[in-house]
Ligand binder design. Structure first.
Ligand code: GCB
Length: 620
């Protein structure tokens, strides 16, 4: 009780300083009550917009009890750390934080790998950055966040501008009301504490790096602006590009225009009451995007005062019986699964260099395809895949057992799926939207993921829907009959014969029974090996053992008549606290074909030979 009385929550107005502070607090309280921060929006092609970068060093405060946001009675503070208050002599209250003296963290970058004490810290952490800005009249200014893992709050000059959940998708907070000419500051709080009702949930098999893990910038847009668009090659009409451009704040009767100068193609359409201009136009002489010829065109999209220069490729993807058809022709997906783990330095990958190293290794392996597990990867990764000619499986972070009967969890999964698709829908590389990975076969789960699949098809009917399913066994027979398969265009399955069950040779006698006449991708198989550890081919953890698993897997997979692709687990070792074996794992999942330090293991060469000689899968 005494503590409550003794703790001044507001200053006494006995000096000019105190008076100023009281006014500031009053304005802030008023602002909090009268101004509810709008939900963040999704911008397609945000990385193609001219932007003011806020990357670099941010001041940081580690705040495990979230004292900067919540009072000692756990009420949200009106004058928390987001005010970035600078203590003044004579203040009749203490200020117990000071961003100007706080240690720095680099953005983009996870916090875990930047400071030893933060290795397994899950948050919250406060970030602050000062910047100068000159807003122009009649514009919207958005704070673009490439990703903040997992739950984040943002304030500009003490005013809350947004709150967001989901650690792998980009979002944009309108800051027009909060930003001003001259000196400004932005404060973010990021909390990556695992929770039962999040996606991913409590126990993923990777270290789920926290923080402002991708780029942060300011994007200035005119009063009416292009927020989202979708342009793709028609599956049913030869030589037709179709899609739409959405213009926020469009005036009735306004028009949107799309031009592809290299193809001498230009079209204009009216923007409807829903803000969308629907497009359907003929192109001649189009070179289709393929892994061998990843042709990208400059595409100019314009509406009113806004315009955006995109880089796009055009191709079709569909299924025909048990085939996957790229541009109408059957293709076999020679792939590998990849986590967004940074090569050589560990931590969350974010740069062009990271993407080029990881995807460069996939190319060297002979891949035409990659599974980007287990969450949407960075735009830089997708741009690199577009350029390098690698088809992509992109995945919603519905991993293992979520609370499938909790409507709030469904809403979070839907939001992340919407953000993933609306951000990335123009990458020619992406052919598959994956709804989930290895979920338990229950009625609630099936309904949950069917809802996501229907939503994904509604948002993007031009791509294929998949998920990585579990398989069951009867004796030597593996059975794929998970009811979720009904909702998928392409069946993904994970199996670990020779690692979690049996021996490498067990694959030789395994039979497969698949309930669906659909294309099948073996989305995971693999074994653990420590790079440089050698021994017998039946000695676990040696490079020889991993290679032996691959040698027995490949002929087995070849016998599955509807096999149309594979993405063994995985390209590179990645950090996982589930993997404590000292001297071998040391908190890394060692199923990589390459170590986290870039050493290629023997299995890399086994798979490379099979991919290059096309001895696995149907030749294409
Ligand atoms: C799986 C999971 C993947 C794990 C892998 C493993 O089935 O999908 O996230 O890392 O197995 O190594 O156990």
């Amino acid at each position: 009780m005494t503590a409550i009385i003794a703790r001044p929550l507001a200053p006494r107005a006995s000096s000019i300083f105190n008076f100023t502070f009281a006014v500031l607090v009053a304005i802030c309280i008023l602002a909090t009550f009268t101004y509810a921060a709008p939900a963040p929006i999704v911008l397609t092609g945000a990385d193609r917009r001219p932007a003011t970068s806020l990357n670099g060093e941010w001041a940081s405060i580690v705040d495990p009890y979230f004292n900067g946001l919540f009072s000692f009675h756990h009420e949200e503070k009106k004058n928390g750390f987001f005010m970035n208050y600078k203590a003044k002599p004579g203040d009749p209250f203490p200020t117990e934080y000071d961003f100007s003296k706080a240690p720095k963290l680099k953005v983009p970058g996870d916090w875990n790998t930047q400071r030893e004490s933060l290795m397994y810290y899950e948050g919250p952490i406060w970030y602050e950055k000062d910047f100068t800005y000159e807003p122009k009249p009649h514009t919207h200014v958005f704070l673009h966040v490439g990703a903040a893992n997992y739950h984040s709050w943002f304030w500009v000059n003490g005013q809350k501008v947004c709150e967001h959940e989901g650690g792998y998708t980009a979002f944009n907070c309108e800051v027009t009301q909060a930003i001003h000419s001259g000196d400004n500051f932005v404060v973010a709080a990021v909390d990556n504490t695992r929770r039962e009702d999040n996606g991913p949930t409590l126990q993923p098999d990777w270290w789920n790096y926290g923080g402002l893990t991708r780029e942060v910038s300011l994007i200035e847009l005119p009063e009416s602006f292009i927020d989202q668009y979708d342009l793709h090659l028609s599956r049913s009409e030869e030589g037709i590009i179709e899609g739409w451009v959405h213009v926020a704040g469009a005036q009735p009767g306004a028009k949107a225009e799309v031009e592809i100068p290299d193809l001498h193609a230009k079209t204009t359409a009216d923007i409807g009451a829903d803000g969308r201009a629907r497009l359907h136009f003929n192109v001649q002489g189009l070179e289709r995007w393929t892994p061998e010829t990843p042709k990208l065109y400059n595409v100019k999209i314009a509406a009113g005062d806004d315009h955006i220069d995109e880089l796009m490729g055009f191709r079709t993807i569909e299924t025909g019986g048990t085939d996957i058809l790229l541009n109408g022709k059957p293709i076999f997906l020679r792939g590998v699964a990849i986590h967004a783990e940074a090569p050589y330095r560990t931590g969350r990958a974010y740069s062009d260099k990271d993407a080029e190293t990881l995807l460069g290794w996939a190319k060297e392996l002979g891949c035409n395809y990659v599974r980007l597990a287990h969450y949407p990867h960075d735009e830089t990764m997708l741009r690199a895949a577009d350029r390098m000619g690698l088809l992509v499986w992109s995945e919603n972070p519905v991993y293992w057992a979520l609370q499938f009967d909790n409507p709030k969890v469904l809403a979070k999964a839907e939001q992340q799926l919407d953000e993933e698709i609306n951000t990335s829908r123009n990458h020619p590389a992406i052919i598959l939207w994956s709804m989930a990975n290895e979920t338990p076969n229950t009625a609630a789960r099936t309904q949950f993921i069917e809802t996501l699949a229907t939503r994904a098809r509604g948002l993007d009917p031009s791509r294929l829907i998949t998920a990585a399913l579990l398989v069951r066994a009867q004796g030597n027979t593996k059975i794929v009959d998970d009811p979720l398969g009904e909702a998928l265009d392409v069946i993904g399955i994970n199996e670990y014969i020779g690692w979690y069950e049996g021996h490498p040779e067990s694959a030789d006698t395994t039979q497969w029974q698949i309930a669906y006449q659909k294309p099948l991708i073996v989305s995971e198989f693999g074994a653990g090996a420590k790079a440089g550890l050698h021994g017998g081919e039946n000695e676990r953890w040696t490079e020889e053992y991993e290679a032996n698993v691959y040698r027995h897997q490949l002929p087995m997979l070849n016998k599955i008549s509807q096999l149309r692709g594979m993405s063994p687990w995985c390209l590179m070792d990645f950090r996982s606290p589930n993997r404590p074996l000292v001297g071998i794992q040391d908190e890394f999942n060692r199923k990589g074909l390459i170590s986290d330090q870039g050493q290629k293991k023997a299995a890399f060469y086994v798979l490379q030979k099979a991919y290059k000689d096309k001895t696995v899968g149907k030749p294409d």
